[in-house]
Design a protein around this ligand. Structure first.
Ligand code: MD6
Ligand code: FE
Length: 201
């Protein structure tokens, strides 16, 4: 474990190749049940460059009316599929939190996708951390402070890495500057999947 700063822990290759392949295969089935959709920014309606889905009791969605957690897929109207047991086990092993996660956001990045700097603040209680799993192509992940103007640093996240955001880092600004194309052979079609497990409610 690497403590990047107070509250920000990086577990390099927390998932080995076999575990990454097993999770990839589980996600493939899950995304048939809850297909990736392209969210839009509140107010402007500008489409995100990533596509998203969710699993677990609640899912994070964004559309013209705002950001929120909801129990159903915005396009199919069906409840989100259950969170895979392997993800719940990862949370128990690494999150250092007695509460169970009740939401898992699935982001899919193609070679052009980015994620602008943001804070994750739609959850009811910031005492629980967020646990983030990277699969597929590597990315350059930027993390800063609690203000958008604070200095920031860039970090390469590779397939199988787990990042835990909690405590004093829970509300820091962060984003994905770019995907490093062809850096992994895990996914077909290629790209990056990021899973973020949260306590939403
Ligand atoms: C990403 N991650 O890695 C974007 N948010 O693709 C996030 O936005 C994120 O990794 C909260 C906590 C951990 C994260
Ligand atoms: Fe985030």
């Amino acid at each position: 474990m690497l403590l990047l700063k107070p509250g920000l822990r990086l577990y390099k290759t927390a998932l080995d190749r076999a575990a990454q392949e097993a999770l990839r295969d589980e996600l493939r089935g899950l995304l048939r049940e809850a297909p990736l959709f392209r969210p839009a920014m509140p107010r402007s309606g500008k489409p995100f460059s990533v596509r998203m889905s969710n699993c677990g009791p609640f899912g994070w969605v964004s559309d013209l009316s705002g950001y929120r957690y909801q129990a159903r897929h915005p396009e199919t109207g069906r409840p989100w599929p259950a969170m895979p047991g392997s993800l719940l086990a990862l949370w128990r092993a690494l999150a250092e939190c007695d509460l169970a996660p009740d939401a898992c956001l699935i982001n899919f990045y193609d070679e052009q996708s980015r994620m602008g700097p943001h804070q994750d603040r739609d959850e009811a209680d910031f005492s629980a951390p967020i646990l983030s799993v990277s699969l597929g192509d590597s990315c350059l992940f930027r993390h800063g402070g609690d203000s958008r103007r604070d200095p920031s640093a860039s970090l390469r996240l590779d397939s199988g890495d787990v990042l835990v955001f909690g405590g004093p880092a829970r509300l820091m600004f962060h984003g994905v500057d770019r995907i490093l194309p062809k850096s992994s052979t895990l996914l077909d079609p290629p790209g990056r999947i990021n899973l973020t497990l949260r306590r939403a409610k």
